[in-house]
Design a protein around this ligand. Structure first.
Ligand SMILES: Cc1ncc(COP(=O)(O)O)c(C=O)c1O
Length: 471
């Protein structure tokens, strides 16, 4: 029988503590918010006091809250994370792989996955991604995994991103089943799918598909605070003790109580989400789509496999131009790319509301006077995608360690080996990875990001049109 998800043990413990009007002679330095004028943001920012448990050695409220979390997701064990899915991915990989182990990884993964593989000194084999004609990543194919399995039968783990940032899913169950035939540990970065546990019309969740570990950014799709995430252990293939050890090493010894309390709240929110709440959510989405679809003849609205992800394109304009138009009326999308913008829609419970009508009015204002423009067919990413189902780094980690870096013009970089990770952010998916050979396609895509003044993180000097390579 499911547990009572209206309970929020950690929030209750914090409220109990606050109700006694405690005098703080402890960290944090704002003294229960007193030094910041009792600002409500600070008041629940406590520490490991009696009754408030300890994330790294939990027996009381946090333990109970994590048990409730495991109950919602059907895990063997679940953990609160206070450093995002970033720390979840890194800990999951470190706990599963040793130096030299082969790891299959979806090439368009988040940078934390690649950083985890690098820290584990494991060897990535990149499984290629399918793209649609607008350049949206769709997912990976079972055949690609099978091909890679033939070439690398000793593979130890497989790290996949499901759903993609844009809300697309793929045949994950078949891939997990194939991996399990070979005793390969499946780590699923489900950062954008913490709500999939709600069932139809959301896609099936990685836990239901039998994943060994699943990481959720609760702060992305559930009402948790930024950096609040979950890590779930789904099978005995995982060394749960090692996972816990890495989480303790990698996370602060002073984890944030507001973040943890928000994780407790987010679990209760999803754990008590009922049909009426779903109806309210879907009704809002329908209102939005109906309201914006007819605003402009060149506006294309596309719902992803996840109904909470909405892609908008304005033909003849880049995603950045559309983002600028929307922001000019105070409507802020999650991200823009050269072709489109992505909206992340809310899970709205009955009794709550979201300003969809206002949003439609504003989008109408932003686009109503936009002229029709001639559409020049774009060179889709799909037209230039790699032809091999998988690829490896041109240089191993050891080989990279001994190499000297050179700074060269991006225009001369084709065929060179990248020394830097170069990541447009958002979405945080690296275009260049250290040790990977630079292709003409990647240079073209980087140029597209540069022209559009996208934020590009990493080790590069793109402001001077230069990148670091190994010589
Ligand atoms: C697919 C994916 N995985 C992992 C992360 C990292 O998540 P967090 O920001 O919670 O550390 C992100 C962040 O954008 C992401 O999109």
């Amino acid at each position: 029988m499911r547990r009572n998800h209206t309970r929020t043990p950690l929030i209750e413990a914090i409220e109990r503590h606050r109700s006694i009007h405690p005098i703080s002679f402890h960290v944090p330095g704002h003294k229960n918010g007193l030094l910041v004028g009792d600002h409500p943001f600070y008041q629940g920012d406590l520490t490991e006091l009696s009754g408030l448990d300890d994330l790294h050695d939990s027996h009381e409220a946090i333990r109970e809250a994590e048990k409730l979390l495991g109950d919602v997701y059907g895990s063997l064990e679940s953990h609160f994370l206070v450093n995002g899915s970033t720390v979840g991915n890194i800990a999951a990989i470190l706990a599963s792989c040793e130096t030299g182990n082969i790891v299959f990884v979806q090439r368009n993964c988040h940078k934390s996955v690649l950083n985890g593989i690098r820290l584990a000194k494991a060897v990535p084999v990149f499984i290629e991604t399918e793209w649609d004609d607008a350049g949206t990543a769709l997912g990976i194919r079972l055949d690609a995994v099978k091909e890679a399995m033939k070439a690398f039968p000793q593979v130890k783990a497989c790290v996949l991103t499901y759903p993609t940032y844009y809300g697309y899913t793929y045949n994950l169950k078949e891939i997990i089943d194939e991996c399990h035939k070979h005793e390969v540990i499946c780590i699923i970065d489900e950062a954008h799918g913490a709500h999939f546990t709600l069932g139809s019309p959301f896609p099936e969740s990685a836990m239901e598909y039998g994943a060994d570990m699943v990481v959720h950014s609760a702060h992305k799709m559930l009402p948790a605070m930024t950096m609040g995430s979950y890590l779930h252990i789904g099978s005995k293939r995982v060394d749960a003790h090692k996972v816990k050890e890495y989480l303790t090493m990698l996370q602060s010894s002073s984890p944030s109580y507001p973040i943890m309390a928000s994780l407790d709240y987010a679990r209760s929110y999803v754990g008590t989400f009922i049909k009426e709440d779903l109806d309210q959510t879907l009704e809002g989405i329908r209102e939005l789509i109906n309201g914006i679809e007819r605003i402009h003849p060149q506006l294309i609205v596309q719902q992803a496999d996840d109904p909470l992800k909405l892609i908008m394109r304005l033909e003849g304009r880049t995603g950045y131009a559309l983002q600028e138009l929307l922001e000019s009326v105070g409507v802020y999308p999650e991200l823009a790319d050269p072709n489109q913008v992505l909206l992340i829609l809310p899970l709205v419970k009955k009794g709550l509301s979201f300003p969809y009508t206002e949003a439609i009015g504003r989008i109408n204002k932003a686009l109503e006077n936009e002229p029709m423009v001639e559409v020049i067919p774009m060179e889709g990413i799909s037209t230039s995608r790699r032809t091999t189902p998988f690829s490896t780094l041109a240089l191993s980690l050891e080989e990279m360690d001994g190499k000297v870096e050179a700074l060269i013009s991006l225009d001369d970089a084709e065929g060179e080996v990248s020394a830097g990770m170069v990541t447009p952010y958002p979405p945080g998916i690296p275009l260049l990875v250290p040790g990977e050979r630079i292709t003409a396609d990647v240079i073209r895509r980087l140029n597209e990001y540069i022209v559009n003044k996208a934020n590009i993180q990493g080790h590069h000097r793109l402001a001077d049109h230069c990148v670091y390579v190994y010589r």
